[in-house]
Write a protein that binds this ligand. Structure first.
Ligand code: PLP
Length: 470
């Protein structure tokens, strides 16, 4: 493809992109295709002769688009958002064009230094102490794995890295029944073993009961276990519960336990002064992750990982083959040593673009608006006698169910599951669920970049009509 041909195709593609953004509400939010449907439409073998861009675009429309779930639709109320924004998409175009692989400072000094600056901007925006340093990871799962591996090395005097898992002793990891599954995965990978996860019970608001954490740690020490790491969450996946950092941190500090904070979703709310209460106890944190790729308008993937002592992180991951030795080593940050992969994308550019083009005030305005939308939805629900809110509304997520009179409790789960499927199959909105204390619970998440009050009100009308006609 010549530069001139590329220019022509790219212009056409930009028109396609803008058209997609304008028309996104015309697509069914959740893809209606059946398993295997897309696969079967694709040829069994790759083309031997080159094909045209036109034929690619035709197949994109006809084969691929029906199999897309439209995360960027303002009627997407499922999971947590993976929102994007025009500034972020523009930056992705630059990133793809430069194609820089930013594993060490020398392989693109601007990428490292922009990342350093963006991590300082973000750190200050969310109110972490100035002593923290940050690095971009692909996902919160990777950051949490990095945290658990670093905690493991710290508590074993960096022995496991050298001698293997058998030298670790009986390490223990503490989290709650509400903690994200990425912790379980990280513990499996780390060699600590899933049976060494201690699930601390939660209080009525689904946050960690710090008193029970203290009891568990003390019992473990008495029984010869080695407490290694506590994972506290700011805004859990199911109900957005906030674990009490101060009370947890005091226990960690008193027992030499690593405190990792998973704020994958909730971290974005910290840019609002009125949510700084969630960070009360910040002085105890060893590591902290939040995902601008969830709620901060930055294309997947971009996860911000902060550590109090980078030396421990680097010591956990560092290896130095001949081909990566540089004259600048030790004088600059070589981010390859700050995580698992060697190769790194130029993700800082997305953050730069998003933060600059929204401005702090713009970001705060949008986040506040989303929180208001959820509050409004909760208000509507609370006025209806046949709907029930099942968890405190902390940020932009409302957990609820339909509970009409006359339906026995043991039928309600099935009833609400059917409601969820009917809503999603309509293609008009997309909601996902959780189970709280055995109760099938619908979650309404108002976090999509372009969601407005009209979308929430229309979603409510659909939910109400569908539920009442079940
Ligand atoms: C609280 C929490 N932590 C971690 C994750 C995992 O995020 P990622 O997909 O970036 O690994 C999620 C995903 O929703 C989450 O809700």
């Amino acid at each position: 493809m010549t530069a001139e041909e590329f220019r022509k195709h790219a212009h056409r593609l930009v028109d396609w992109m803008a058209g997609y953004m304008e028309n996104i509400e015309n697509y069914p939010v959740k893809s209606p295709v059946k398993p295997g449907e897309i696969f079967d439409k694709l040829p069994d073998n790759p083309p031997f002769h080159p094909e045209s861009f036109d034929s690619l675009m035709k197949d994109l429309e006809e084969i691929i688009m029906p199999g897309i779930t439209h995360w960027q639709s303002p009627n997407f109320f499922a999971y947590f958002p993976a929102n994007t924004s025009p500034p972020s998409i523009l930056a992705e175009m630059i990133i793809a064009t430069l194609g820089a692989q930013c594993m060490i400072w020398e392989t693109s000094p601007a990428a490292t230094e922009l990342e350093e600056k963006m991590m300082i901007w973000l750190r200050d925006l969310i109110g972490l102490p100035a002593s923290f340093e940050g690095v971009i990871q692909d996902t919160a799962s990777t950051a949490t794995l990095a945290a658990i591996l670093t905690a493991r090395e710290k508590v074993t005097g960096f022995r496991v890295n050298e001698e293997g898992a058998q030298s670790a002793g009986n390490l223990r990891i503490y989290c709650t029944t509400q903690t994200h599954s990425s912790v379980e995965k990280a513990v499996k990978i780390s060699g600590i073993g899933r049976k060494n996860i201690v699930r601390i019970p939660v209080k009525d608001d689904f946050s960690m009961d710090a008193g029970k954490l203290r009891e568990a740690v003390e019992a473990d020490i008495d029984n010869g276990f080695l407490p290694c790491c506590v994972i506290a969450t700011l805004c859990t996946t199911g109900t957005t519960a906030v674990d009490p950092l101060k009370a947890i941190g005091e226990i960690c500090a008193g027992n030499n336990i690593w405190l990792h904070v998973d704020a994958a979703m909730g971290g974005t709310a910290l840019i609002l002064p009125e949510f700084q209460w969630m960070l009360d106890g910040r002085e105890y944190i060893d590591s902290f992750v939040f995902n601008p790729h969830k709620w901060m308008f930055t294309n997947f993937d971009c996860s911000a990982y902060f550590v109090r002592e980078p030396d421990q992180l680097i010591k956990t991951f560092e290896v130095l083959p001949e081909y990566l030795k540089t004259r600048t080593r030790g004088k600059v940050n070589d981010y390859r040593d700050w995580g698992i992969p060697l190769g790194r994308r130029f993700r800082a550019l997305k953050l730069w673009s998003v933060i600059r083009m929204y401005g702090v005030e713009g970001l705060q305005g949008k986040i506040r608006y989303h929180i208001k939308l959820a509050a409004r939805f909760a208000e509507i629900l609370s006025e209806e006698s046949d709907f029930e809110i099942l968890a405190p509304v902390v940020i932009n997520v409302v957990c609820f169910r339909y509970k009409p009179e006359g339906i026995p409790e043991n039928k309600l789960n099935g009833f609400n599951e059917t409601l969820n499927h009917r809503l999603n199959d309509s293609g008009k909105i997309y909601l996902t669920h959780t189970v709280i204390n055995g109760i099938y619970t619908l979650r309404m998440v108002a976090g999509q970049t372009n969601v407005r009050i009209g979308h929430v009100e229309k979603a409510w009308e659909l939910i109400k009509i569908t539920a009442r006609s079940l």
